[in-house]
Design a protein around this ligand. Sequence first.
Ligand code: 6PG
Length: 256
Amino acid sequence: MTQPPAHHIFADAHALVRAAATLFVAVGQQAIKERARFLVALSGGSTPKALYTVLTSQEFATRLDWSKVHFLFGDERAVPPTHHDSNFALANTLLFTPLNIPSAHIHRMRGEVLPDAAAIQYEDLLRRLTATTPGQWPVLDLVLLGIGEDGHTASLFPGTPALTEQTRWVTPGLSPQGTRSRITLTLGVINHASVILFLVTGVNKANVVRRVLENRADASDPYPAARVRPEAGRLVWYLDRAAASEMAAATDGLSS
Ligand code: 6PG
């Protein structure tokens, strides 16, 4: 891992989301300038909802050439794309449709097929989209992540085989609750991204955030989120004051 993770604490979720939208657009503009396209993997769960809404606002929607953005997913639940638990469905309603993103630029994980088949299909898709040299990992421009109270991220849950996958890019995941069957990017793909951004809000995450950020043990850490250690990229944590409330740094100056 090159540079230590940067964490920024915001007064509230609104300030955090605005900063996240600003970073999203900045990384996107840079990728488009350098490679004529922006490859971004969206996270699931509820925290990204506000970010999607802000990105489609008048202020941000005009700041990026959305025709050059390719949307990928960090993980998906094994449900049809119309299901209320579908990460695709959420992004489609709050982001893709309002921004009129062409379907050719929306690369969803097929939650409606068996997770192993969906994982193989998605790895094939990623290989074609990124044209990565065999034996290399793809380099996505931005990977958005959240964290669960058990320290899971994407659909990499504590003590599950997905967490120790060394060669596959995409693999089935197993959640202890909710929609158990999942499809998820592996740590190999996540850790080769140029920028990894954790978005974390709420006091219910404060304990796991402290454990992950203050006990940065090693790659065998039981908390999957602690194993997110970019090979060469940037790792950024955006926390609201509630999510940072157990950290020693919580009283330090807030990020504006
Ligand atoms: C998923 C996510 C998952 C999520 C965390 C946090 O599909 O569920 O990818 O890793 O980011 O569970 O979820 P919340 O944002 O809802 O707290």
